[in-house]
Design a protein around this ligand. Structure first.
Ligand code: MCA
Ligand code: AMP
Length: 498
């Protein structure tokens, strides 16, 4: 049995998940996931890596389904609850999912998906009941999870993570961040990415701690949960801290004092998924008395580099390699750089994924010949701490902690009537990290109605991928798209909106 599931037997009576007034203990999780696994097995002895997708909100159902799939020998494919139908449909086709499980809130979406995928059974979570049967023996080398990530090649790629990868990622963080069974974390992160799944859910569940979910992220929900008094760990992307600070600043001084007093008692507060602006770190320090612990990770590798739990947390830096993770910085020819020189971060270790789903070429391209994963992130090792300098591709945008492919948005924009050509770039923004901007070349005298374009895009791409600024060809130097690079375009748009 894998350690995550074996450990749970030791915490049977402890609380694992809390959602508003509903409280679940580890024995509930084990019995519910056993029942779900038995339903999925339906008489078979092992799912043999069948891909089971699920569209459910964060909460006890989510965790039980994930564990149920694993206990039956399947690969869990969590779907993003905010994605429009085409994005969900792409994942079902790409993984050749054999089953979809859905929660009550997604009936309408599921109806559309059923129309598109008539061969895939789709089951409401409430109907996942079966007499517990004998479950297969689960091994660490089996595949556990497929998560989708954007790259520079158009469609998102499925990252296959094994139980061994997850186990290594969890253990590194438990050791480095001193997780204990007495911790309670508030998890407001989306549960189709490593940050929400591994760092803020599986780590606590591995150690017998408690995970609190709220209906959705709003600063108000977060602060009310904090004020409940039990939570002592929090993890989020910089945009979330930005939004919390903005909300806090509008509160009365009495309310502010109450919140600050509670935050002071926290054990740990972490930021990651995008660069943490030093201004956000400073403001949060005043509010909470905590220096946010900034760390660095990626879907393909989990967490790789982290500021220390006990030592100096250096603003603007991401720290040192986590236990069990090897990190080096190389120049373009693959040679390690001279000390303090900049280059690309390469990573090796049990935490690193084995392959992109059904994408052999992309997998081979992602690694060096001697097995180091090429992150595409540029960094320096500066006086004992790594510091990120940016991505080596202008086509990768980070907004709200989400990684977004400019090429993917361009492909969709080009399908809109009247748009002949386009270029998408990320523009620096205090709140979102980067905001998406699109430059359009339209056909003849076509007038593009931006609100109609926005409505059209919303049915095709998730809202966090929507361009927030548009610029038209006549606003640019002639033939700008053919002649200048995207970096110049970024500057032109930046100047125009400032
Ligand atoms: C949403 N909106 C945006 C963006 N996203 N506007 C500009 N830029 C954006 N990126 C707009 C919406 O269109 C909407 O506007 C309004 O904001 C509210 O949308 P909603 O989705 O409800 O936003 P939110 O709930 O406030 O979401 C913000 C968020 C979310 C909580 C910061 O983006 C989030 O959960 N981010 C976390 C992503 C994450 O976990 N990444 C980890 C992956 P309108 O009303 O006009 O439509 S990275 C990872 O896993 C690696 C391993 C790592 O290192 O961690
Ligand atoms: P994703 O592919 O969605 O998992 O996002 C991973 C990417 O997020 C990394 O390759 C980095 O570019 C970025 N990232 C994660 N953590 C940090 C951080 N602390 N500072 C800067 N960038 C980060």
């Amino acid at each position: 049995m894998i350690p995550l599931l074996r450990n749970a037997q030791n915490y049977l009576e402890r609380i694992c998940v809390r959602f508003e007034d509903e409280v679940f203990i580890y024995s509930d999780l084990l019995s519910r996931s056993h029942s779900i696994a038995s339903f999925l097995l339906n008489g078979q002895s092992h799912l043999n890596g069948a891909r089971i997708a699920y569209l459910v909100n964060p909460g006890f159902d989510y965790v039980s389904i994930q564990w149920g799939i694993w206990r039956a020998g399947g690969i869990a494919v969590p779907l993003c609850v905010k994605h429009p139908v085409p994005s969900l449909s792409y994942v079902l086709s790409d993984t050749t999912a054999s089953h979809v499980i859905y929660g009550a809130d997604f009936k309408a979406t599921i109806q559309e998906l059923e129309g598109l995928h008539q061969d895939i059974p789709m089951t409401h979570v409430a109907r996942l009941n079966a007499e517990p049967c004998e479950l297969p023996e689960l091994h660490l080398d089996e595949d556990a999870l497929i998560l989708y990530t954007s790259g520079t090649t158009g469609n998102p790629k499925g990252v296959v993570l094994s139980h061994s990868n997850l186990n290594a990622q969890i253990n590194a963080l438990i050791e480095a961040w001193k997780w204990s069974k007495n911790d309670t974390i508030l998890n407001v992160l989306p549960l189709h990415h490593i940050h929400g799944i591994v760092n803020a859910m599986l780590c606590p569940l591995y150690i017998g701690a408690e995970v609190v979910f709220v209906e959705r992220f709003t600063p108000k929900n977060v602060f009310s949960a904090f004020l409940s008094g039990k939570i002592n760990v929090f993890m989020a992307v910089p945009t979330i801290y930005f939004k919390l600070i903005a909300f806090y600043e509008e509160l009365s001084s009495k309310e502010q004092e109450g919140i600050s007093a509670v935050l002071k008692q926290f054990r740990l507060m972490v930021s990651g998924s995008a660069a943490l602006p030093v201004s956000v770190l400073e403001k949060w320090k005043k509010i909470s008395s905590h220096i946010l612990l900034e760390r660095y990770g990626m879907t393909e590798i989990g967490m790789a580099i982290s500021n220390p739990y006990d030592g100096e947390r250096r603003p603007g830096h991401i720290g040192q390699a986590l236990p069990g993770v090897s990190v080096k910085i190389v120049q373009e020819d693959g040679e390690e750089v001279a000390p303090a020189a900049q280059g690309e971060i390469l990573v090796k270790g049990l935490n690193v994924f084995s392959r992109y789903w059904n994408k052999k070429e992309a997998t081979v391209k992602g690694f060096t010949k001697d097995g180091w994963f090429k992150t595409g992130d540029m960094a320096v090792f500066d006086k004992g701490y790594y510091r990120i300098l940016g991505r080596n591709s202008v086509d990768i945008i980070k907004s709200g902690g989400y990684k977004i492919s400019a090429l993917e948005i361009e492909e969709v924009l080009r399908k809109y009537q009247g748009i002949n050509e386009c270029a998408v770039v990320g523009i620096p923004d205090d709140e979102w990290g980067e905001l998406i901007a699109a430059s359009l070349i339209v056909e003849g005298e076509t007038e593009i109605d931006l609100s109609a374009l926005d409505a059209w895009l919303r049915t095709r791409i998730p809202s966090y991928k929507l361009p927030r600024h548009y610029i038209f060809q006549e606003d640019l130097p002639r033939n700008v798209l053919g002649k200048v690079t995207k970096n110049v375009l970024k500057q032109i748009i930046k100047d125009q909106i400032s």
